[in-house]
Design a protein around this ligand. Structure first.
Ligand SMILES: Cc1cc2nc3c(=O)[nH]c(=O)nc-3n(C[C@H](O)[C@H](O)[C@H](O)COP(=O)(O)OP(=O)(O)OC[C@H]3O[C@@H](n4cnc5c(N)ncnc54)[C@H](O)[C@@H]3O)c2cc1C
Length: 473
């Protein structure tokens, strides 16, 4: 297995014809990484490039981590289809590769008569989206199943297949499998311009030129800018910020399901949900901004979340907060994705992947592979991908510190470094030696959970940093 992963220095010279890529995917978020993995099945020379120093470092690292059923999508939309297909594909893939998923189910809680009256319509909509397992439950059953709900809940729509998934392992799994199958990964590589030369795309990047026959634009919040570089003016991304609060693991017992609000004109609203790491999330807000880098939390946003959270699960607000974060959805003013192929340009734009891209990623990837074929790419027959097992970060699944067998074989799995999250020396060492190693302490946290617990690295920070520095070339 030859792995090509570069993070600095010039890209392979475009003067040399053999360095021309068949396909280049711009953006190594969950969507671009899934597309690269899909292309890796074929005998193509494929590149996956990203401006950041890691996989999934944009919107993909900061979402609510729900594997949606698509019950509430706009019926007939491309998003509805790709979320439905993507959920099945990703659930199966997670099972194969060890990405933690918990099928906790969702309850859309009605807090007033108007919301209660809306539940049959939502159930019918779920049916139009091909989802038939939802059912309406009354106040008594709701309270039995969620005893910590605030007063006044009148009933709910149950959606038993809504699940929570690890948002960090998913893009990393896609990219790892792609790279092991021969895709070249170039990080710290921002596309600044796109020109054409003899029918090929000639990209100007911060690491020099790159030549490619086909181009896929999966640049998330910047997909409109890349699209404009190709001469289009079809959509504009408006970053829609979602702020979230992460509550300590001691709060986990307060919530059994994903507790969703009944959607209103202001959108999907604020939810309370368990995470696969054993915490409880409260959020997200929905704020349309101009700044595509505004991933900070605000006092106003957190105040709003606390008000909403107090209504949903009052006792949650007495629990300790472990962290706050915010992510930016790539909204484009259309209730659907903006995926478009341009055969004359050998180009596919994958824009507007707003609030469901984690769920839909694998289906988007298949769809894009089909669109590339429509633009003339002869990919040949697909072959198998190398099997992959990802390290488990999920609280509900076996962790190394609990495995006597693993520890007997290698005592590093019995040596705790991060005590809050019970992360061992063995896991940190493995992450630092992985096919796609982290290039920052945050990257290491997303691979191991080290420094992600209630002390936020106060106790283990120095030890984790020392291990990270030691492993750096
Ligand atoms: C608050 C919130 C909650 C969400 N909840 C859920 C959920 O519960 N379930 C779900 O399925 N989805 C959810 N989503 C949506 C999901 O996170 C996104 O749809 C998904 O992460 C989008 O992935 P992406 O790969 O398109 O974009 P990104 O992850 O942003 O990746 C785009 C990449 O392109 C790179 N890039 C940009 N410009 C350039 C350039 N010029 N050159 C090179 N690289 C470039 C960036 O560095 C970035 O890494 C949520 C989103 C938010 C914000």
């Amino acid at each position: 297995m030859t792995v090509t992963l570069t993070t600095a220095g010039p890209l392979p010279s475009v003067q040399d014809a053999e360095n021309t890529y068949d396909v280049t995917v711009v953006g190594a978020g969950v969507v671009g990484a899934a597309i690269a993995r899909e292309l890796a099945r074929h005998r193509l020379r494929t590149a996956l490039i990203d401006a950041a120093d890691d996989i999934g470092n944009g919107t993909s690292k900061a979402n609510t981590a729900i594997l949606h059923t698509g019950f509430d999508a706009v019926p007939g939309s491309l998003e509805a289809r790709l979320v439905r297909e993507g959920q099945e594909l990703l659930a199966a893939y997670a099972g194969e590769t060890g990405i933690p998923v918990e099928r906790v189910g969702a309850l859309l809680v009605a807090w007033d008569e108007e919301q209660l009256a809306a539940l049959p319509g939502l159930r019918a909509k779920a049916g139009r989206n091909g989802y038939h397992a939802s059912r309406i439950i009354g106040a008594d059953e709701l309270r039995r199943r969620e005893p910590h709900l605030g007063p006044g809940a009148l009933g709910a729509l149950e959606v038993p297949d809504e699940s929570v998934i690890c948002p960090w392992t998913t893009p990393l799994a896609f990219a790892t499998q792609a790279v092991r199958a021969g895709v070249h990964l170039h990080l710290n590589c921002r596309v600044r311009d796109v020109g054409s030369d003899a029918g090929d795309h000639l990209l100007t990047t911060t690491r020099g030129p790159l030549r490619t026959r086909y181009l896929v634009n999966a640049a998330g919040l910047y997909a409109d800018e890349i699209d404009r570089l190709l001469g289009h003016d079809v959509f504009t991304v408006t970053p829609r910020r979602g702020q979230l609060v992460v509550f300590d693991k001691l709060a986990r017992g307060l919530v059994s399901h994903i507790l969703l609000p009944v959607p209103g004109p202001a959108g999907k609203g604020v939810l309370v949900a368990p995470t696969v790491f054993g915490n409880v999330l409260l959020g997200p807000t929905a704020e349309d901004l101009d700044d595509r880098t505004a991933t900070g939390s605000t006092a106003g946003g957190l105040r709003l979340l606390r008000e909403k959270g107090r209504r949903i699960v009052p006792a949650l607000l007495d629990e300790e907060v472990t962290a706050v974060y915010a992510g930016l959805r790539a909204a484009t003013g259309q209730e659907d994705y903006r995926i478009q192929e341009y055969p004359a340009r050998r180009y596919v734009a994958v824009g507007g992947i707003r609030s469901t891209g984690l769920t839909a990623s694998m289906a988007i990837a298949r769809h894009v592979r089909g669109l590339l074929a429509d633009t003339g790419l002869d990919a040949g027959e697909p072959g198998p991908l190398p099997p992959l097992t990802m390290p488990n970060l999920g609280e509900a699944f076996p962790r190394p510190y609990r495995s006597a067998e693993l520890i007997a074989g290698d005592p590093a799995y019995g040596t705790l470094v991060c005590h809050c999250e019970q992360v061992t020396l063995g896991e940190i060492r493995d992450a630092l030696r992985a096919t796609i190693p982290p290039h920052s302490l945050d990257g290491l946290r997303r691979r191991t959970r080290a420094r992600g617990g209630r002390c936020q690295g106060f106790y283990c920070g120095a030890a984790v940093r020392a291990l990270f520095e030691e492993a750096r070339p």
